[in-house]
Design a protein around this ligand. Structure first.
Ligand SMILES: [Zn+2]
Length: 209
């Protein structure tokens, strides 16, 4: 049976999806929360880390955890450049919440260098994760970053990273690199139908259909 554990690192979420003792980690939270993430991961046979995108609050512990469990880190090829330089895909925001979040995070986003994992693999739309013990597929959700991806588990649980967020209520990601793309991705999520949506920030909700 598939179980989902939400790990809260401050305002950031990461998730363990487990099935029959084997598990994948979706995002990794930021450095101050590493011990908390390890404490949860240690309960499972970890198989894979998936990064919904390469921002520090999702990816900062990836290299460390990859070494600890000797497992690969899956990311989209298009986000690889963000390990080098956050500003390759600068962010804009909409609304008051967006302005606040961007104001608070921009400096840290710019100044935090996310270590690139040695064991990096590239994934794209449609890739199947069953060889890692989880019945899930990668779904492309560009917009927040160019290479943002989601993970669709058993067509029931959808992990969307920052493509959508739930700071106040479920909404389009308040920060984006490409607004048209983030709108298209939101429509794509809507069209998937019945799902529980797990956000990078905020509590899970049911999909808005
Ligand atoms: Zn982000």
């Amino acid at each position: 049976m598939t179980t989902i554990t939400q790990i809260k690192g401050g305002t950031d979420n990461c998730y363990i999806v487990a099935d029959d003792g084997k598990a994948i980690l979706i995002d990794t939270a930021s450095r101050p929360h590493l011990d908390k993430v390890i404490a949860e991961c240690d309960k499972y046979e970890m198989k894979l880390i998936v990064l919904t995108h390469v921002h520090f609050d999702h990816a900062e512990n990836a290299a460390e955890l990859s070494k600890r469990y000797n497992i690969p880190v899956a990311v989209s090829k298009t986000d690889e450049e963000l390990f080098e330089d956050f500003d390759r895909q600068p962010l804009s925001s909409y609304g008051l919440v967006g302005k606040l979040v961007l104001g608070l995070s921009l400096k840290v986003l710019r100044n935090t260098k996310v270590e690139k994992p040695e064991n990096l693999i590239f994934v794209k739309e449609g890739d199947d994760l069953s060889s890692y013990g989880i019945k899930a597929k990668i779904i492309g959700l560009p917009g927040h970053t160019l290479g943002s991806i989601g993970v669709d588990v058993e067509q029931k649980h959808l992990f969307v990273g920052d493509e959508l967020d739930n700071w106040v209520r479920p909404a389009l990601g308040h920060l984006y690199y490409d607004f048209d793309a983030i709108k298209d991705s939101a429509q794509k999520i809507k069209d998937l139908g019945q799902r529980t949506i797990y956000y990078g920030h905020g509590k899970p909700t049911e999909n808005k259909i």
